[in-house]
Design a protein around this ligand. Structure first.
Ligand code: DHB
Ligand code: FE
Length: 280
């Protein structure tokens, strides 16, 4: 059976991809941020996952307000790079794993989750940036297959944190019941605190971000029990996308070990965090 070798959480701020495109990785502004990911990149090289299930949100790049699935599972063999306004970035498209995607969709529906089944879609910074941070930017092709799980975190009503945690538990069971010897990781993306618009534009909350990086490992039930309003108040309007990390955490066992974590503020206007978890 397939094996879940780890859960990873990271911010997916678009300017991180832009910094890489512009060769700014080692500038004084960015180096401390990127250096924090080096241990996680080494962990990836050591464990060589075959498949990354990436929980993220599209930011009105591939979908808009005319259709807002609460959850969607990518079932395609390929995901191209979407144009976010400046032309698609010059990075390879992502290879999917439709056989596992259909197994996942089957097992979700059988367990009372009913996602949109997405057979053709392009992906934005929400998926691109985490892959670049953990695997590095490839010349030719990505060394891992991706299975995107799209979550609506933009148009209210967004799903309950507890629902995402439960979705993660079902995702973990689907991985462990998949007949293959592939190694899987689950990525939770987004956050940490940021608010890009409205009266609190520019808001960040570093103490709450640092506590989140502890609690996502040690107290996930607490975070799953928070209301959506608590997420918005604590992490900002867009920082509430942090609820997607609960899918990653739910896929792991109740006891985990945090191998690495990293926090840097501000990346663009965002508290940027990373964690790598393994089942204890
Ligand atoms: C920004 C966008 C994001 O999707 C995010 O998660 C954080 C920051 C931004 O545009 O700065
Ligand atoms: Fe985002």
């Amino acid at each position: 059976m397939a094996r879940l070798v780890g859960g990873m959480g990271t911010s997916h701020v678009p300017s991180i991809g832009v910094a890489l495109d512009k060769g700014l990785r080692d500038t004084p502004e960015w180096k401390p941020f990127f250096d924090g990911y080096v241990p996680a990149q080494e962990w990836v090289k050591e464990h060589k996952p075959d498949v990354a299930v990436v929980v993220f949100n599209d930011h009105y790049n591939a979908m808009f307000l005319d259709r807002v699935p609460t959850f969607g599972v990518g079932c395609a063999e390929e995901y191209q790079i979407v144009d976010e306004g400046w032309g698609p970035r010059a990075i390879p498209s992502f290879t999917g794993h439709s056989a596992f995607s259909w197994h996942l969709v089957d097992s979700l529906v059988e367990n009372h989750f009913d996602p949109e089944i997405i057979q053709e879609i392009k992906v934005d910074h929400g998926l691109q940036v985490p892959l670049e941070l953990f695997w590095g930017k490839p010349e030719q092709e990505w060394p891992v297959k991706v299975v995107p799980i799209f979550v609506n975190v933009l148009q209210y009503p967004i799903p309950l944190p507890a629902r995402l945690y439960d979705l993660g538990k079902q995702l973990g069971r689907a991985i462990e019941s998949y007949d293959s010897d592939e190694k899987f990781v689950v990525l939770g993306t987004g956050g940490l605190s940021h608010q890009l618009q409205g009266a609190r534009a520019g808001f960040t909350n570093p103490p709450a971000d640092r506590q989140f990086l502890i609690d996502i490992a040690q107290n996930p039930d607490k975070l799953a029990g928070w209301s959506r309003e608590q997420y918005v108040e604590t992490f900002g309007g867009e920082g509430a996308e942090l609820i997607m990390w609960l899918v990653m955490r739910g896929a792991l066992s109740p006891d985990v070990v945090a191998r690495f974590s990293h926090y840097f503020v501000p990346a663009s206007m965002t508290g940027a965090g990373m964690i790598v978890l393994e089942n204890a």
